[in-house]
Design a protein around this ligand. Structure first.
Ligand SMILES: *Cc1c(COP(=O)(O)O)cnc(C)c1O
Length: 359
């Protein structure tokens, strides 16, 4: 991270829902947490979080991990043997944003499928399967990402996941859910997390996204799956000690930060409605279902990096998704007034002359 002097302080960070800071209530929960050695099974706070998350996700057991990426990678390590094939959407985080971990760690490879809005159905799984021949790779696991990040926060309908689950299981494949933003889907769809979760053979939640925690994710599945996951947690150096100091924030978030995700969704829709009124600006996904907004700036004649620089000079951050695409993500540190300001700033940047790149 560069700290070039002269860049105004960041006031409104729509770059990601990972940018939240712990609230006083959350910090208090950390201070008050009973602690022990997690590796000995002696941290009562982490045990409580694991049990509560397993129950929430309709699974038998769960394990606390440092990150969502480690949840995905450990799940693939448990499900796959070297040479196995993983089916997921071409936009999936596990495909494009985890350093090819599936290949580097599990020795598995990914077969991305076309998925408009990040979502595919049972038919797509069937089409991706190979004829059963000794020389064909063995398809082993299907990954669904709830919500779909690169699908603009789209929610997988329960019926679609049920369809994918049926197809996958009928063919001997496991279904894994990347639930980085599963609770956003729960709040947006009014479907319980366990109703999504029990269709899956493994599923996880990220606490460092919309739930507002600094660190942490929980991977859930059947008891024997989680026992295997523990072996990998040790191998990869993800086994911690007094991790209750972290899991206390996650328990706090489950109590306090779930229902309020609806506000993030309202703010995302408000932001989308405002920016859609700016000349030349279009929404990549006109229907904003959760907390993510993709903005297409091609018709403004300006590039996305140029617009980002202009916004940053006003203390506002969005993220870069492509040469002509920006992403804005709402979260617990963003109020309605912030998105109004950010939309006005975007209009102002587009009226002004392009910024000359300095780096
Ligand atoms: C952020 C994210 C991850 C990875 O989570 P980390 O906690 O950042 O490792 C995985 N999948 C999706 C869809 C994400 O948005």
């Amino acid at each position: 991270m560069t700290h070039d002097t002269g860049t105004p302080a960041l006031r409104i960070d729509l770059g990601s829902d990972t940018s939240t800071r712990p609230t006083p209530g959350m910090l208090q929960a950390m201070i008050a947490a009973p602690l022990g050695d997690e590796q000995m099974g002696e941290d009562p706070t982490t045990r409580a979080l694991e049990e509560r998350t397993a129950d929430l996700l309709g699974q038998e057991s769960a394990v606390f991990l440092p990150s969502g990426t480690m949840c995905n990678q450990i799940a693939l390590l448990v499900h796959c043997r070297p040479g196995d094939e993983i089916i997921c959407a071409q936009q999936a985080h596990v495909y494009g944003s985890e350093g090819a971990g599936a290949a580097a760690l599990a020795g598995a490879f990914i077969r991305p499928v076309e998925a408009p809005g990040g979502i595919f159905d049972g038919e797509a799984v069937a089409r991706a399967l190979r004829p059963e021949r000794p020389r064909a790779p063995r398809s082993r696991v299907v990954v669904v990402e709830q919500t779909s990040n690169r699908g603009g926060g789209a929610v997988w309908p329960l019926a679609t996941i049920a369809d994918v689950s049926r197809r996958a299981r009928a063919c001997g494949l496991a279904l894994h859910m990347d639930g980085a933003r599963l609770l956003n889907a729960v709040v947006a769809s009014n479907v319980e997390a366990r109703d999504y979760g029990r269709l899956c053979d493994s599923v996880w939640l990220d606490f460092s996204k919309g739930l507002g925690c600094p660190v942490g994710a929980v991977l859930a599945g059947p008891r024997d799956f989680i026992a295997e996951a523990w072996t990998w947690k040790h191998r990869l150096g993800g086994a911690m000690r007094q991790s209750g100091i972290l899991s206390a924030t996650c328990l706090y978030a489950l109590d306090n930060n779930v229902a309020r995700l609806a506000q993030d969704h309202d703010n995302a829709r408000l932001f989308a409605a405002r920016v859609a009124q700016i000349e030349g600006v279009r929404l990549t996904f006109p229907r904003v279902e959760t907390n993510i907004v993709f903005i297409d700036v091609r018709e403004t004649g300006r590039t996305a990096p140029d617009i980002l620089r202009g916004l940053r000079l006003q203390g506002i951050r969005l993220s870069l998704e492509g040469e002509h695409t920006l992403r804005a993500v709402t979260h617990l540190d963003i109020r309605a007034d912030d998105v109004e300001q950010a939309a006005s700033a975007l209009a102002a940047v587009l009226r002004a002359a392009p910024q000359v790149a300095t780096s």
